[in-house]
Design a binder for this molecule. Sequence first.
Ligand code: PLP
Length: 452
Amino acid sequence: TTAELQAADSAHFLHPFTDFQGLARKGARIIERAENIYLWDTEGHKILDAMSGLWCVNVGYGQKALVDAATKQMQQLPFYNAFFQTATVPAIELAERLAQVTPPQFQHVFFSSSGSESNDTIVRMVRRYWDVLGQPQRSIIISRHNAYHGSTMAGASLGGMIGMHAQGGLPIPGIVHIEQPYWWDHGREQGLTREAFGLQAAHWLEEKILSSGPENVAAFIGEPIQGAGGVIIPPSTYWPEVQRICRKYGVLLVSDEVICGFGRTGQWFGCETMGFEPDLMTFAKGVTSGYVPLGGVMVGERVARVLIEQGGEFNHGYTYSGHPVACAVALANIGLIQELKLVEHVREDVGPYLAQAYAQLAEHPLVGEAQTCGLMGALLLVKDKARGTAFPEALAMGMVCRGHCFREGVIMRAVGDRMIIAPPLVITRAQIDEMVALIRRCLDLTLADAVK
Ligand code: PLP
């Protein structure tokens, strides 16, 4: 029964990013099955998953092609590694396919099993690159506050989540942060247009490069759109200026595409939507739609040439780098994204449709700003709409709203008072109507709580 499962859960399972004490008191909601964009829990409730699990189930649940690919590969060859000059067929085929769907500078991939491992690989790889070029002092990596790049020591260090840094003595040496390009918090009160603010935020990078000494800076890493930080969509001026600054000082530019990749923003990769050409790109989640774990680093020609022609052995790799089952599922997943034309579906159909719906939600008395890009969306809850005043943190209005969503049957995530969504790319217009109606209802219920 649900109660028995909850008791066993509380007794044995330490959940990620969860208040261990709170979980023991409340018990988890247990998800049992899923189809398309819907989940069902063990008590039979149907829930619209507006978060694609954790931003990953891009093709939706229940796609038989992915299940078949996994089954077939498990029967034929469940595992072999890619160490010491061996390889498997799916890993080679996936490497080739990734070179086709990523921007043209990417012809090589290094596989991992997660976004965190991919970003760990970045730290080692960019430092190795500068070592090989005889500039070992170029080891500083610049990232941004409120970014999320994973939970390993290096991933959490690259990330700019203060709560994570507070636990475990992070960041590790050589990783520094600049402010995020969040207009609402940092540009609005100065009276800057979004475009002018985008340039200002990019110049924070230049200031950090200069204060660190350009000869010491290895790379800059950022998510095209900060996801877990609250779906922070930067102004259109930001990324092209960041790229110009990186090129000016020879700093490698890394795009963390773990959330934005594989169609989420209406192009295959977020850097294409945001208008920049990274030297390296990390991915995970959407590459397999989360059906099995897989991640990796796309290595652009600038770095690949040096590592291949002058680098010798790179002492780095994971048992599951290029896992054949994961690669077989990724091939089926990419095939399905192409067959269903999901990238075009997001760019030309449901992305603009969601944007229209969110423009209407922006009128809601609780909403300070409503933003979307492709199938990522954010609603900022504010106390005073005219002035844009925030609610006192202690009220935790985001969590109040999330609680309503939970009970009403739609999964949204709360980041402070930003309510965020990233539904499966297979969502239809009718399902967007259904999702937005649920969200509106939850906003109304939250508003009723706020005025109490
Ligand atoms: N990078 C970004 C942008 C992410 O959103 C995440 C996870 O949410 C990660 C990296 C870490 O990925 P994983 O949880 O697969 O290690």
